[in-house]
Design a protein around this ligand. Structure first.
Ligand SMILES: [Zn+2]
Length: 334
C-alpha cells in the first residue's frame, strides 16, 4: 500500500472545523493557495472547506497512491492546559478531519493532533486512537511547546502504550507563525524516542535554506541511536528543502556538508508530500536528466503524483512509498 503520510488540511474557514487567524488568512501563502485551488470562487465557508478536501481526494485517486494521511492541527496551549486562541494561527479540529476521512474511507487515513499541554491530553489520545487515527501530528515551533519538556513524559508513555506514532515537525517552521523556533531542534525529540514512541521526523529535521543553524545533523545523530525514528520526505520537492534529498541520496555529500552521515539513510524514510506546499520542479534541474524532468512534468496537473515522479527520478525507491503501511497505526484489516 502506497501512502503519503503528510497532507495538510489548511483551508479552514468555518468555526466547527477549527479556524485560521486573520493574519493567516491574509498571508501570501494562504491567498496563493486559495487562488491556486480555485477556492476563491466559493464564498460559503463550509462549501469551500469541503471543496478543498474533495480536491485532495481527486488528486489521490488520480495518482498511484493508495492513501493519504490528512492532518489535523491542535490549538496552542500553555503549560497550565489553557487554550490560547490569540496565539493560534491555524486550528484544524480532530473531529473535522475524522469526518472528512469518513467521506472518503478508501482515499484517506486520519492524522489527529493532540497538544501535549492539554489537561485532557491522555483522554484525547485514547479517543482519537479509538476513532482510527493512524498518527498524531505536532508542530512544536508553532504550537508552543518544548518536546524535551519533562512534563511530557506521561504523554509520550500514553503514545507508546497506544502504539500511536508521532509525526513531529522538526527544523525551522516557515509557513505558520512560530512561537519558538528552538522547539524544532530534532535533538529535543530524544525524550519521545526514549519512551519508545515511533517518531517520524518531518522533513528529516532539516532547517531549510538560508539558516545559520542547520538542524539536519540532529536527525542523523538520532537515527543512528534509535531504531524507532523515521524521517519523512515532506516538502523535499520544493527548492527550500530539496538539498536534503541530495544529502540522503549521497552519504559522502552529506558528510561533507554536515560532518556526519547515515550508512543507509533511504531505509529510514517515509514518503510525504507536505501538500499544499508548492513543488518547484526546476530545482531538480541539473540533478536529474532532462528527459526525466520532462517525463515527471507530464504529471504537473497532479501535484501529489508529480512529487512522487520527481523523487523517484532523483533515486528514491518505491519501498519509501510503502513503508508507512508498516510504521503507522493502521486500522485492523488494512
Ligand atoms: Zn507539513
Amino acid at each position: 500500500m502506497k501512502i503519503d503520510c503528510h497532507v495538510h488540511v489548511s483551508a479552514v474557514a468555518a468555526a466547527q472545523h477549527g479556524y485560521a487567524s486573520k493574519r493567516m488568512r491574509r498571508s501570501l501563502a494562504f491567498l496563493y493557495l486559495i487562488r491556486k485551488l480555485g477556492l476563491h470562487r466559493i464564498d460559503e465557508p463550509f462549501a469551500r472547506d469541503a471543496a478543498y478536501v474533495d480536491h485532495i481526494a481527486e488528486l489521490v485517486a488520480g495518482s498511484e497512491l493508495d492513501r493519504a494521511v490528512l492532518l489535523a492541527l491542535d490549538q496552542v496551549y500553555d503549560p497550565s492546559g489553557q487554550a490560547l486562541e490569540n496565539r493560534t494561527h491555524l486550528y484544524v479540529a480532530n473531529d473535522y478531519v475524522r469526518d472528512q476521512v469518513a467521506r472518503y474511507p478508501e482515499v484517506f487515513f486520519y492524522g489527529a493532533s493532540v497538544h501535549p499541554y492539554r489537561a485532557d491530553a491522555a483522554e484525547e489520545l485514547h479517543r482519537v486512537a479509538e476513532q482510527g487515527a493512524v498518527l498524531v501530528k505536532l508542530l512544536p515551533n508553532s504550537q508552543g511547546f518544548d518536546p524535551a519538556d519533562p512534563r511530557l513524559e506521561g504523554y509520550y508513555r500514553t503514545c507508546a502504550d497506544l502504539g500511536m506514532p508521532l509525526l513531529m515537525h522538526a527544523g525551522f517552521e516557515h509557513t505558520l507563525p512560530p512561537i519558538d523556533q528552538r522547539f524544532g531542534d530534532p535533538l529535543r525529540l530524544e525524550r519521545a524516542l526514549g519512551a519508545g514512541v515511533t517518531t517520524i521526523v518531518a522533513h528529516c529535521g532539516g532547517a531549510g535554506l538560508m539558516h545559520r543553524r542547520e538542524t539536519f545533523a540532529g536527525f542523523v545523530s538520532l537515527a543512528k541511536r534509535y531504531t524507532n525514528l523515521w524521517g519523512d520526505t515532506a516538502a523535499m520537492s520544493n527548492f527550500w528543502r530539496v538539498k536534503y534529498l541530495w544529502y540522503l541520496l549521497d552519504p559522502q555529500l552529506c558528510e561533507r556538508k554536515i560532518g556526519d552521515r547515515l550508512e543507509e539513510p533511504l531505509k529510514r524514510l517515509l514518503h510525504g508530500s507536505d501538500f499544499p506546499i508548492p513543488i518547484t520542479a526546476w530545482s531538480f534541474r541539473g540533478k536529474i536528466g532532462k528527459g526525466d524532468l520532462v517525463e515527471a512534468l507530464k504529471h504537473k496537473k497532479n501535484t501529489l503524483q508529480l512529487d512522487i515522479e520527481l523523487k523517484r527520478r532523483a533515486g528514491l525507491g518505491d519501498d519509501i512509498l510503502t513503508r508507512a503501511a508498516k510504521t503507522l497505526r493502521l486500522p485492523p484489516g488494512r
